[in-house]
Design a protein around this ligand. Sequence first.
Ligand SMILES: N[C@@H](CCC(=O)N[C@@H](CS)C(=O)NCC(=O)O)C(=O)O
Length: 201
Amino acid sequence: MRLFFSPTSPYVRKVRIAAIELGLENQIELITSNPWDNPPELADANPLGKVPTLMISDNESLFDSPVICEYLDNLNSEITLFPDSGQARWDALRLQALADGVLDAAVMIRYDSLRPEAEQYRGMRTRQLNVIRRALVMLDSEVTQLLGPITIGQIAVACALGYLDFRLPEENWHVTHPKLDSWYTRWMKRESMQVTMPLPA
Ligand SMILES: N[C@@H](CCC(=O)N[C@@H](CS)C(=O)NCC(=O)O)C(=O)O
């Protein structure tokens, strides 16, 4: 398999962490790809032009990190990141959706910050910061959801928190949300988190 990869994309990080936790990382070749350069091979594989995009054969691709992660999960029958059914499944998918929403908000803020100052949209920034802050309050109050066997929910939340540290450190959620901080500190010890740490481009 080949993965269109960007070292700073938190969605790519999610996929890489899932692959490592599932013991599949050696089956995935990383193809460095900056979506903003519009590489034709990425557009051919994924009309949305986004990373992560996973080539599962020469002419078959999968995209959107939840879809890729669930596909990888199905390749390992011993570990289950996406519980099959029941409450455990909804809990994991809900956490993933919440964390991915935090990422979407933070990424939007990041893109806006790269525009010339006069073109930046303050109202959008405020709205997205409010999304992030409300989600953090929910995650902190529901931190027990993050305990227990590994699921895609915890992976997604860890990626979202890591991205906030990377791109919005001034939010300093560690101080405002100590229960979440204490979970994250323990979670950060996983090798999958350490080896996928984003480095400034
Ligand atoms: N929902 C997608 C989001 C992927 C995404 O937005 N990736 C960013 C990089 S962090 C991207 O490729 N952006 C290029 C663009 O928006 O055109 C997922 O979960 O994979």
